[in-house]
Write a protein that binds this ligand. Structure first.
Ligand code: FO1
Length: 317
C-alpha cells in the first residue's frame, strides 16, 4: 500500500495504518514543499512528522516534534538573537527542540557526505526503527511559495510559523515542481500498490505539491489499486491547521465536497466524517464513491481504529 502524505493529519493516519498491517507493506511519499533551511540546517517538517509518528515518539497533541522534548539550545539561541536585536532574519521565531536537533544534524551530515534526500530519509528511518518505506516526493528542491493579499511572496515557514497563518493567501505556487522528477521508487509505489491513500491533510498546501510533479500526478491518475482520499474538513472546519481558510480564500468550498473536487479524476473513494454524511451525493456526482465513518484521530488508538474501518470497508471488502 502507499500514501501521498503531508504533515500531521497524514502522519496520524499512517500511524493508524501501520497498527493494522505489516509496516514493510507501506510506502509513504512525503511532501517536501515546506522544507526550509533553518539556522543552517535543512528542516523537512513533513518527513520529520511522519517519522516521529511512525516511531511513536511524537507529541501527538502538538503534532510536530518529539514528546518530552526540551528546548535548552533553542532558548539559548533566542537569547543570543535577542541581544542582536532579534532580527527576523535570524529565524529565532522557529523552535528546534534539543532531541529534534539531532535529527536535523544527522540529516545535514548525511546530505553533506553526498547522500540524496531519499537515501538520507531512509537512513534516518532506519535509525528510528521505522519499518515503513518513507520517500521524499523528489530529491530536487520544490518549494511552496505563497502570495498574500499585499502581493508579498512568502516562504512556507515564514507564513506558517513566523506569521502564524494570519495572512490571506491569494495564490500558491510550487516552485521547481515542473522540472522536478519524482524520487526513486515513488512512481512504482503509487502505480503498483493495491491501495493508494491521500490522508486527511491540507489539499492545497500539503498534497498539491507532490501532485504538482507531473510523474506523481500521472502515476496516481493511472494507478492500478483503489485510490482512497480522506477529508481533512469535518463539520466545516479543518481538523488542524489553516486548510479551511486557505480553501476559502482560493475560492473552494470549505466542505468535504470542496476538497473532493480538488482531487477529481484522481480518487475512487472519498472518506468523509459522519458529521458530513449529507455531502455524500455531491461527492458521488464527482465520480467517487463516498464512504462515511468516524474519522476523528484524537490519539493513536483512535487513528488505528479509523485506519482499520477504512481498510476493512474500502480496501479489503
Ligand atoms: N511549527 C510551529 O508552529 N512552530 C515551530 O517552532 C515549529 C518547529 C518545527 C521544528 C521541526 C519540525 O520538523 C517541524 C516544526 N514545526 C513547527 C512544524 C511545521 O513546520 C509545520 O507544522 C509544517 O510545516 C506544516 O505541515
Amino acid at each position: 500500500m502507499s500514501a501521498i502524505s503531508g504533515g500531521v493529519g497524514s502522519a496520524r493516519f499512517c500511524a493508524g495504518l501501520v497498527r493494522n498491517l505489516d509496516p514493510r507493506e507501506l510506502t509513504i511519499v512525503v511532501n517536501t514543499g515546506d522544507d526550509e533551511r533553518i539556522r543552517g540546517l535543512l528542516i523537512c517538517p513533513d518527513i520529520d512528522t511522519v517519522l516521529y509518528h511512525l516511531s511513536a515518539s511524537t507529541d501527538w497533541t502538538r503534532g510536530w516534534g518529539l514528546a518530552a522534548e526540551t528546548f535548552v539550545a533553542d532558548e539559548r539561541y533566542k537569547e543570543l538573537a535577542s541581544r542582536l536585536g532579534g532580527d527576523a532574519d535570524l529565524q529565532a521565531w522557529f523552535a528546534l527542540g534539543d532531541r529534534d536537533l539531532a535529527t536535523h544534524q544527522l540529516r545535514a551530515r548525511l546530505l553533506d557526505t553526498g547522500r540524496t534526500l531519499t537515501e538520507t530519509t531512509a537512513a534516518i528511518a532506519r535509525a528510528l526503527d521505522v519499518e515503513a518505506t518513507i520517500i521524499p516526493m523528489s530529491d530536487e528542491p520544490v518549494r511552496t511559495v505563497l502570495t498574500i493579499a499585499t502581493g508579498e511572496e512568502l516562504d512556507f515557514q515564514e507564513y506558517f510559523v513566523h506569521r502564524r497563518q494570519a495572512d490571506e493567501i491569494i495564490e500558491v505556487a510550487y516552485s521547481g515542481a515542473i522540472k522536478a522528477s519524482p524520487a526513486p521508487g515513488v512512481v512504482d509505489a503509487i502505480s503498483t500498490a493495491d491501495a493508494v491513500f491521500i490522508p486527511p491533510s491540507n489539499p492545497i498546501l500539503s498534497i498539491a505539491p507532490p501532485l504538482a510533479i507531473a510523474g506523481i500526478r500521472d502515476a496516481l491518475a493511472t494507478a492500478q489499486g483503489v485510490r482512497v482520499g480522506v477529508s481533512p474538513i469535518v463539520g466545516g472546519k479543518a481538523l488542524k491547521g489553516p486548510a479551511d481558510r486557505v480553501l476559502a480564500s482560493l475560492g473552494h468550498d470549505v466542505s468535504p465536497a470542496g476538497v473532493a473536487r480538488v482531487y477529481e479524476g484522481l480518487l475512487d473513494v472519498f472518506v468523509i466524517d459522519e458529521a458530513d454524511a449529507t455531502y455524500a451525493p455531491e461527492i458521488e456526482e464527482l465520480g467517487m464513491h463516498a464512504f462515511v465513518c468516524d474519522t476523528i484521530m484524537s490519539g493513536p488508538e483512535e487513528a488505528a481504529r479509523v485506519a482499520k474501518t477504512i481498510l476493512d470497508h474500502v480496501v479489503h471488502h
